[in-house]
Design a binder for this molecule. Sequence first.
Ligand SMILES: [Cu+2]
Length: 285
Amino acid sequence: MVKNTMKIWLKKIKSKTKNITWTAWGIWYIDPPKDVSLDGYRIDNVIQYTDTVITIYFSIVILALIFFIFKYRTRPGHTAVYDKGDTKKHVLATIAMGLLVFFSIDTVIEAMSFRDLKEAFWNFPKGKNVVKVEVMPQQFAWNFRYPGSDGKFNTEDDVVPAQNLMHVPVNTPILIQIAPFDVIHSFYIPNFRVKQDATPGMVNAMWFQATETGKFEIACAELCGNGHYRMKGYLTVESQEAFEKWLADNAPQEDDDDWDDWDTEVDEDNREIPKEWGWTWKEIQ
Ligand SMILES: [Cu+2]
């Protein structure tokens, strides 16, 4: 009886810890979402570097603490003494350790980050093959807009798919401009390691490139109201052909008229879907 219960418990624990792996330094972490982007490895590298170095330093501090506690403890023949640590020697040692941390962690991360921003995240793609998308989050949904066959935004042939559904072709740079309908939201696609705020009064930009096809989650990374937790979208990465077919399927129909709006069901908790939105693409200088 007891054995059986133990077995069931062990099974439960095993299934729950399936995603937990041990790193070389003995700390556990849950695997991050799979990186399916061209430049996502850069973000992972910075996190990995930070984790590794602070784990080493933390271990040294803990080991030193244990060592000194034992070495200088009160015991027969030895009395523990209190030391303020304010002699010149101590102050210099403290400054030296502070500088070591500053130069081996902060400065390195800063350098890595600025290199990545320059080489990738702020190095916006140019050229004809770039797919441009306008994103307009609202409480509590995602609106997407594609320029249509004229290549211009805010025109009649714009493709506006159903809310929360974004499609992009694989191995193609995707350039996004984002502005909110109401409050601050943040467009976050964990599998691509990118995130950009939607700030009222501003049009922000970000870009990424998918290296694998699949369906990935879009999350709002800015607490934007009561329904924030369910502000979820899906990003489908597919072949160029499938993407073009999807665009064609979602293109506005000639005979679209406003009568259809009678049937549009609006989620009670959601604001009404704005009919007119979209902006002229802001060209990056
Ligand atoms: Cu939001």
